[in-house]
Design a protein around this ligand. Structure first.
Ligand code: G1P
Length: 299
């Protein structure tokens, strides 16, 4: 089976990253050389995705511009004979089609996904959160493994999950496995952002989902939460309640998820990607060592 379509929600305000996100999308913040959303797109395309719908909002136009051809830049680079640069800024090689729609009101992740209904049609599709990179430099086969599980288990939904420390479960959707949770397992319940002590496990929903189109009816049945948001997690719970097969694929340690929704993880991701840069990584390592030694002396 192939899954060709992905819905990428990018409409959030990014309030935890203010003031950096006041007038630019958090998905456009650079992690070393590239904006976050470019890593996401490269990961999806390398896993067989051919068309991507961004669910955007006001002040997100730079995402659309980023993936578009820029004739002036193209001409300037060509005249300066900067062939390497030309390759870096042209996304035609990616062979993906980009679509855009706006979520006019911030009514939650479930509502954002619902904006992909006409795009997905009758086919299963992927949802990839635009602020999460899977794997260093977005090298990850997780989505391909999820597609295999979706097919072989005849699932209605497959979710990527990762282990998180117990005190962090309140930042994520947390899943309850049917039994022992090794690489692939069935999910029986999900809780969105449980308080410490109320989490059914330490396995967090990690920003990649595959859905059969039945998810759209489930989303429509979800009541808004106290902040008026339609939670995607609650729509998936309705699938479990109906006895539909909801499966999890656990990320391996080298498929670490870089969740760029807050400053500590943004800083860490930037430094890790910069250290891995083939051209500047080694020099940057020395700078970092010097800075760390200096701050240890002054502390
Ligand atoms: C969303 C989902 C949550 C998931 C998280 C992953 O939360 O609702 O279930 O674990 O993404 O990043 P958000 O980060 O949008 O609050």
């Amino acid at each position: 089976m192939v899954i060709k379509s992905a819905v990428v929600p990018v409409a959030g305000y990014g309030t935890r990253l203010l003031p950096a996100t006041k007038s630019q999308p958090k998905e456009m913040l650079p992690v070393a050389r590239k904006p976050i959303v470019q890593y996401v797109v490269e990961e999806l395309v390398s896993n067989g995705i051919q068309q991507i719908l961004f669910v955007t909002g006001r002040s997100k136009a730079s995402i659309e511009n980023h993936f578009d051809h820029d004739p002036e830049l193209f001409r300037a680079l060509q005249e300066a004979n900067k062939q390497d640069m030309l390759k870096e800024v042209d996304f035609e090689d990616l062979k993906a089609n980009f679509f855009y729609t706006r979520q006019p009101h911030q009514k939650g992740l479930g509502d954002a996904v619902l904006h992909g209904e006409n795009f997905a049609g009758e086919e299963p599709f992927l949802v990839a959160l635009g602020d999460s990179i899977l794997g260093l430099n977005a090298v990850s086969r997780a989505v391909s493994r999820m597609v295999e599980v979706f097919d072989s288990k005849r699932a209605s939904c497959v979710i990527a999950v990762e282990e998180v420390p117990a005190q962090e479960t309140r930042h994520y959707g947390i899943v309850q496995p049917e039994e022992a949770a090794d690489g692939v397992f069935r999910i029986v319940n999900l809780v969105e952002k449980p308080l410490p002590g109320e989490a059914p496990s330490n396995l967090a929903i990690a920003g990649r989902y595959i859905f059969s189109p039945v998810i759209f009816d489930m989303i429509r049945r979800v009541e808004p939460d106290r902040r008026g948001e339609i939670q995607l997690t609650n729509a998936i719970q309705l699938m479990c309640d109906e006895g539909r097969r909801v499966m999890a694929v656990k990320l391996s340690p080298e498929e670490k998820r870089y969740d760029i929704g807050n400053f500590p993880s943004y800083f860490e991701s930037f430094v890790e990607f910069a250290l891995a840069d083939p051209e500047y990584g080694e020099g940057f390592r020395k700078v970092l060592e010097r800075l760390v030694a200096k701050s240890a002396v002054t502390a």
